[in-house]
Design a protein around this ligand. Structure first.
Ligand code: AHG
Ligand code: MN
Ligand code: MN
Ligand code: MN
Length: 348
């Protein structure tokens, strides 16, 4: 007789999702959605992996043919930003699991075309995170978030996506690094899958990831230091003071400038990741996007025992006012995020 595969080895994403469905953690429609997103990520992984050979590096050209293409965020789009967005749109259009989609790379949300059946979920994504790194061959990724479409909605619009992060039913990212990995939560822990390139399937390689509560590692873009507010200046000054300062320990620093890669590191070995508010562009409240970056990463981090705040409040409780809203982000090891948050709260 053939013995069943041991618990976490050789368990495909498909089998994992079936078992989660039997445990009551998701329904068949959401299972299809996750499978479709994972399939789209495999296609993006292939495109990213081809690099210069695929002719996909460099900037996208504006529709008119002259100049760079600028997205709604005011950023120059890379060819791979556009391609990844198209892959995700095409893969998710026809399955009947979605009511609408929203993306960092699109001005507005899109309802599912009339030609296809409409489902109950809303999908949000950052098709290619860290895309400024793409031409230098550093890890990039795709981040996604799933919300329920409110009941009785006839025509899906941007306003239906404006739900607090705690309403997410699933979130995840796919990182295109030395290996391609999918990190996923359905609200019952955070689990990591590694792409078996020969088999073409994601295999469960870490069940129930846990972020250490304490850390000696922080991630921040220090070049913005002079633009930060006072409590942020104070917090980092005390980290840099090391064992002679009030924190009584030495800290190490890492900044990859791909959020997926920085978050993947802290999910693996702990750390705090910060993109604070800064004075350069006060109206924008930081650089990262609440709906495509902060919310999905916060759910993944909380589900792994970490914490996520905007420096003052829990990120998953922030009520969005706009689809492309930006927010300060503090996430990672629980005690360290609480400490950084305390500097801000006691200062106010
Ligand atoms: P994106 O490539 O999706 O626009 O996101 C880039 C983000 C994030 O991945 C990263 O943490 C941050 O920008 C880096 O910002 P700086 O270049 O200011 O360090
Ligand atoms: Mn961008
Ligand atoms: Mn991003
Ligand atoms: Mn992006």
């Amino acid at each position: 007789a053939v013995s069943p595969a041991p618990d976490s080895t050789h368990r495909s994403l498909t089998r994992f999702l079936i078992e989660e469905q039997r445990a009551g953690h998701l329904n068949p429609e959401l299972r299809l959605l996750i499978e479709v997103v994972a399939r789209a990520c495999k296609r993006i992984s292939v495109a990213v992996g081809k690099g210069a050979l695929g002719g996909v590096l460099g900037d996208a050209v504006a529709a008119g043919g002259d100049g760079a293409s600028i997205n709604v965020q005011g950023e120059a789009q890379k060819k791979l930003d556009v391609l990844s967005n198209e892959i995700l749109l095409e893969a998710n259009a026809w399955g009947g699991h979605l009511a609408g989609l929203a993306s960092e790379e699109m001005d507005h949300s899109q309802p599912i075309p009339d030609a296809y059946p409409r489902g109950n979920y809303l999908l949000l994504f950052d098709p290619l995170d860290g895309s400024s790194n793409i031409d230098v061959n550093v890890s990039v990724g795709t981040i996604f978030s799933v919300l329920r479409c409110p009941e009785g909605v006839a025509e899906v619009g941007d306003q239906h996506f404006l739900q607090a992060g705690r309403e997410q039913v699933a979130a995840g990212y796919c990182i295109y690094g030395p290996s391609t990995m999918l990190v996923l939560t359905l609200g019952h822990g955070t689990h990591a899958f590694t792409l078996d390139r020969e088999q073409g399937s994601f295999v469960l390689t870490q069940r129930a990831m846990r972020i250490p509560e304490e850390t000696r590692e922080f991630a921040i873009n220090m070049s913005n230091q002079r633009h930060w507010e006072t409590p942020m200046q104070d917090y980092v000054r005390d980290l840099l003071a090391g064992s002679e300062g009030p924190r009584g320990k030495d800290f190490n620093m890492r900044w990859i400038a791909s959020m997926v890669a920085d978050v993947h590191r802290l999910l693996t070995r702990g750390g705090i990741f910060i993109y604070p508010w800064d004075r350069k562009d006060p109206g924008k409240a930081g650089k990262l996007r609440l709906m495509y970056e902060a919310n999905p990463m916060s759910m993944l981090v909380e589900q792994a025992g970490g914490a996520a705040t905007d420096g003052r409040e829990r990120l998953l409780d922030v009520l969005p006012g706009q689809l492309h809203q930006r927010v300060p982000v503090f996430l990672g090891s629980k005690r360290e995020v609480e400490e950084a948050t305390r500097y801000h709260v006691t200062h106010d």
